[in-house]
Design a protein around this ligand. Structure first.
Ligand SMILES: Cc1ncc(COP(=O)(O)O)c(C=O)c1O
Length: 344
């Protein structure tokens, strides 16, 4: 009844974080200020919940387009950017998809669900990406699409602009530049948008992970075709109303993102001072570091009520690596104090 390969898969595992300091999923640590929370609740109370949501979300797409200096026809909305990755993989022509390795796991996972093959290009030891090697693999595999997470998850680094540009201009298939961490990064790539180059974003990391809203920016014709595989009403009315309200108050979230970047840089400097810890540069709201025993450090933090992400099981370049989401100042201080005790 169920495909054998699906039976063999493990469901996406979200660890139990009840009662823990949650620093494993790149969420924004800040709640909404009280006045904004009250005004938001009033907006939500107006929503006609008995009706299906606005199906083409013109108003919301206009707001996002304006923010990006694009046209509303160049914006596609998804229930999280995960759903857009799924739409891209459903709609693109059959053939191989190329990604760097390691990178965001959903590119490969969704490809598997859809019986699509993925070829990977290993990053160098310092997590840099060789554009020529990437293009060679694309040619060898006669690839039809590529995903480039900029900045990359789980490594946190942003590949050089000329690397991204060389791939975007040198590969004839569909290039998706995934900018999930754009709010924390020094550079974005909307200038590279072309008939075969699209930019993927999410509001999750900016502070709305619970809403599930992502968007794709690209050529209007491409967006119109992808829109044909979008589930009707994929963005619920409460998310639509919340997003419109939050976009009108975007300064609050921009300030939070600046605070997170400040904390990230402070954390990186303090982590570097720990004995035997290698800290990798980050342009995101998380930090990847290599320790002497990732399993032991992960478990010791967990015992102290701090949940981070242990990347060690992935092996290879992620050997002995841990990924820590940047939290609030107090949370980060607690992590540093715990690590100073554990790693001494
Ligand atoms: C690179 C990258 N893209 C996309 C996503 C998915 O984000 P969303 O919450 O919008 O589905 C993530 C989440 O961690 C990510 O790291």
């Amino acid at each position: 009844m169920i495909r054998k390969d699906i039976k063999a898969l493990a469901a996406y595992h979200v660890p139990d974080s009840s009662g823990m300091m949650k620093l494993d999923a790149m969420e924004n640590p800040f709640l909404l200020p009280d006045d904004l929370r009250e005004a938001w609740a009033k907006e939500l109370a107006q929503v006609e919940i008995n009706r299906y949501p606005d199906a083409d979300m013109q108003g919301l797409r206009e707001m996002i387009a304006k923010q990006e200096g694009l046209q509303p026809e160049q914006v596609l909305l998804g229930n999280g950017s995960d759903e857009i990755i799924q739409m891209l993989l459903i709609a693109s022509e059959p053939g191989v998809c190329v990604t760097p390795a390691p990178t965001f796991v959903m590119y490969e996972l969704i490809s598997r669900w859809l019986n699509r093959s993925v070829a990977t290009v290993p990053l160098a030891k310092d997590f840099s990406l060789d554009a020529n090697q990437f293009l060679q693999v694309c040619a060898r595999e006669k690839a039809v699409m590529a995903f480039l997470a900029c900045p990359n998850n789980p490594t946190g680094n942003l590949w050089d602009k000329d690397v991204v540009e060389k791939i975007a201009k040198g590969f004839r298939g569909l290039v998706v530049i995934d900018e999930a961490y754009a709010p924390f990064s020094e550079r974005t790539h909307t200038d590279l948008i072309a008939p075969n180059v699209m930019v993927l974003r999410t509001f999750s990391k900016l502070g709305w992970a619970g809403l599930r809203l992502g968007y794709l920016l690209g050529d209007a014709k491409m967006i119109a075709d992808l829109n044909k595989v979008r589930m009707p009403y994929n963005i619920n009315s409460l998310t639509q109303a919340s997003a419109r309200f939050f976009l009108q108050n975007s300064d609050v979230f921009k300030k939070q993102a600046r605070d997170i970047c400040f904390e990230r840089n402070r954390m990186m400097a303090s982590l570097m001072a720990l004995h035997g810890v290698e800290v990798f540069p980050s342009q995101a709201n998380f930090i990847l570091m290599r320790v002497q025993s990732a399993d032991a450090v992960f478990e010791s933090l967990k015992e102290r009520g701090i949940l981070i992400k242990n990347m060690h099981a992935h092996g290879g370049l992620l050997d002995q690596c841990l990924r820590i989401t940047v939290g609030s100042k107090d949370e980060n201080n607690a992590v540093l104090a715990a690590l100073r005790e554990i790693i001494s």
